[in-house]
Design a protein around this ligand. Structure first.
Ligand code: GLU
Length: 516
């Protein structure tokens, strides 16, 4: 067992916005680091210059910050192992690649693209299943294993382009115990002679990743399942570099699946379904295409983190709502499952609703007020608070409150026909006109409780049961069959508007003749 202080890293490549899977990886790293009293590093893996996207690194930092994932060492924070951007560490990697060449564990390969293509073609014609640069094929290629030492030296001095490839030894067993998947055993014959250093002098992902994890003292590599096939090669690299005794433990996290559970979640699913899979909105710097973000769609950071944490992990209890502190306490690799996790956006909405319910009316009102302004709706502060109180339990998002409250700002134009037919009868009409008069003459406090009182005493004096006219009353005030507390609605509308709406309905709606 590894007794070193826990150090984990989140190592994204800045090739675009961070998707939900990447954020979840960062989150699990963070939870584990905090739980173990360890350190969380951010390392930017930008050695593939062709895939570099401007703005991606800033996006990653902003997304992590939004979700409350704190970084102890990284490009912004600095640290003992700076720099934390691989492109800035370029000279370091060559040293290790050259060392492997000297020790006979790697070699220079001078093959041109044409030579590599020709090799591939020969193999395909010979019906070789997996075309690879490996222990067999390397023997017919142009590399320091087939060229003489003098020839190799001459080529290097001449400045010929070359890569450094790892020399995979045949007949080696590679095994490691993944914290989630258990024992993984692979035979070295299945691995090809991977390029470690590219012709532009940049390391490949594999070399840079291993060198940095070693130098940065990483104890646990927690990353997505898509990296599982690379892990045996990484184990070999640790072995060849003589670092096997301090090799980190691996934990490969399950894939995120489409909402229907069939196949890997993609941006296309998000576009088709109209839901976000990115933490923040992203505008592609080249095409200008926009991708939706959880933040901009109105999900709160705590609800988003809670939703992501449960994509692939559970506490083994019924509990679903977890604060970050609780997640830190409860997280364990034992309870991360191997099978893919379905990205169920309805569940995300549910989480958002739960977190919304927990908030104070005041904090919601503060967020809501500007949304009314943006919709050109003029509303007083105390009214906003009343509206929050009326609707907060009925929505998943703060912004939904605006839509749900529109009926308060314009009197009904249409009335639910089903309710008209069933409930707008002569008895209801006379009871409602009686209430209309009582309301018009009412001089007391216009608050829900008192309005209710007024209604029940009026009905009592008219000898009408409340239950018989409530739906008709709601119809007259809102036009709809159902909705939130009617007395609170009238309170928000105020006396004049309430009376006006009753007058409208009494004037417009013909009483239905009761047939039975
Ligand atoms: N740069 C890799 C990525 O973009 C990191 C994989 C790893 O964590 O080893 O996901």
């Amino acid at each position: 067992m590894n007794k070193l202080p826990v150090r984990v890293r989140f190592a994204p490549s800045p090739t675009g916005p961070l998707h939900a899977g990447g954020v979840r990886t960062a989150l699990y790293n963070y939870l584990f680091a905090r739980q173990q009293g360890g350190q969380m590093l951010l390392r930017i893996e930008d050695t593939d210059q062709n895939r570099y996207v401007p703005g991606a690194e800033a996006y990653i930092l902003e997304a992590l910050q939004w979700l409350g994932i704190e970084i102890d060492e990284g490009p912004e924070q600095g640290g003992l192992h700076a720099p934390y951007r691989q492109s800035e560490r370029k000279p370091m990697y060559r040293e290790y690649a050259e060392r492997l060449v000297r020790e006979g564990k790697a070699y220079y390969a001078f093959d041109t693209t044409e030579e590599l293509d020709a090799m591939r073609k020969r193999m395909e014609e010979a019906k070789v299943a997996a075309v690879q640069y490996n222990a067999i094929t390397r023997q017919e290629m142009t590399n320091s294993l087939t060229l003489s030492a003098a020839e190799t030296k001459a080529r290097l001095e001449n400045g010929d382009a070359y890569v450094i490839r790892m020399k995979i030894m045949p007949k080696e067993d590679i095994r490691f115990n993944d914290l989630i998947r258990g024992w993984v055993v692979v035979h070295s014959s299945q691995i090809d002679d991977k390029v470690l250093l590219k012709s532009d002098g940049m390391p490949t992902y594999h070399l840079a990743n291993i060198v940095d994890d070693h130098l940065m003292g990483i104890t646990h590599v927690i990353r997505g399942e898509e990296w599982l096939p690379s892990a045996p090669l990484h184990v070999l690299l640790y072995r060849y570099l003589g670092w096997e005794s301090t090799m980190p433990q691996f934990a490969h996290l399950p894939l995120l699946l489409k909402p229907d559970g069939n196949g890997k979640l993609s941006k296309r699913d998000a576009d088709l379904g109209g839901f976000p899979i990115f933490p923040l909105e992203w505008t592609d710097p080249v095409t200008g295409d926009k991708a939706k973000g959880f933040r901009e769609e109105g999900y709160s950071a705590d609800a988003t983190a809670n939703f992501l944490a449960l994509l692939g992990w559970n506490a083994g209890t019924e509990q679903e709502i977890f604060s970050m502190e609780e997640l830190i306490k409860s997280f364990s690799f034992d309870r991360v499952h191997k099978a893919g996790a379905r990205f169920d956006i309805q569940k995300a909405n549910w989480f958002n609703q739960q977190y919304l319910k927990q908030r104070t009316d005041i904090s919601i009102a503060k967020e809501l007020a500007p949304l009314f302004v943006a919709h050109g709706i003029d509303v007083r502060d105390e009214q906003v608070l009343e509206i929050v109180h009326l609707l907060k339990d009925r929505v998943h998002f703060v912004k939904e409150i605006v839509v749900e409250s529109l009926f308060l700002f314009s009197a009904p134009e249409f009335y639910d026909q089903e309710v008209v037919v069933k409930k707008w009868n002569e008895e209801a009409v006379s009871a409602i006109s009686g209430f209309r008069d009582a309301l018009a003459g009412y001089e007391g406090n216009f608050v829900a409780e008192d309005i209710k009182h007024l209604l029940s005493s009026t009905m009592e004096s008219l000898g009408v049961k409340m239950g018989k006219i409530m739906q008709a009353l709601r119809l007259a005030i809102t036009g709809a069959a159902a909705g939130p507390d009617l007395m609170v609605i009238m309170q928000i509308l105020g006396k004049t508007e309430s009376v006006q709406r009753l007058d409208n309905a009494l004037n417009r709606l013909p009483a239905q003749i009761r047939l039975a």
